[in-house]
Design a protein around this ligand. Structure first.
Ligand code: CU
Length: 145
């Protein structure tokens, strides 16, 4: 009986579709995300849609969305990504720090990703890793609480 209760408690709570959080982010040539803060509950299902409304060419001014596991890794990832142009600015060596991502988008392209928020409360940074964009301010944070 006790075992059955423990098992039941460890199951993800049955959430309805209404609990899925839809976040629409717009990126453009000004190197900003339209949404810089997302608040979610632990394990909450999140659907992020990124739209690039810019007009500049994908090579150099494309935008992606990379959610990372810590603030420290975000800085490292952004630096490393600059020389990972051939991998669409997603350095494979750091892939283990990526919690969710949307691929590099050219002008007028839209990308999506659906994932579950980390179960551990905290701050999880997201960046555009295209050639230094996050250093110019193209970043935000997912706050799990
Ligand atoms: Cu960008």
């Amino acid at each position: 009986m006790l075992l059955a209760m423990v098992v039941a408690a460890s199951q993800p709570s049955a959430r309805s579709a209404d609990d899925e959080k839809l976040v629409k982010i717009v990126a453009n040539d000004t190197l900003k995300f339209s949404v810089t803060e997302i608040v979610a509950s632990p394990g909450q299902k999140i659907h992020v849609q990124l739209k690039n409304e810019g007009t500049m060419p994908k090579d150099g001014m494309g935008h992606n969305w990379i959610l990372l596991d810590s603030e420290g890794e975000a800085a490292t990832y952004a630096m490393t990504a600059i020389s990972a142009r051939d991998a669409a600015y997603q350095p494979k060596a750091l892939a283990s720090h990526v919690l969710a991502s949307i691929q590099l988008l050219g002008p007028k392209e839209v990308g999506d990703v659906t994932f579950c928020a980390p179960t551990k409360p905290g701050r999880y940074p997201y960046i555009c890793s295209c050639s230094g964009h996050s250093m110019a301010g193209m970043k935000g944070v997912l706050i799990v609480k």
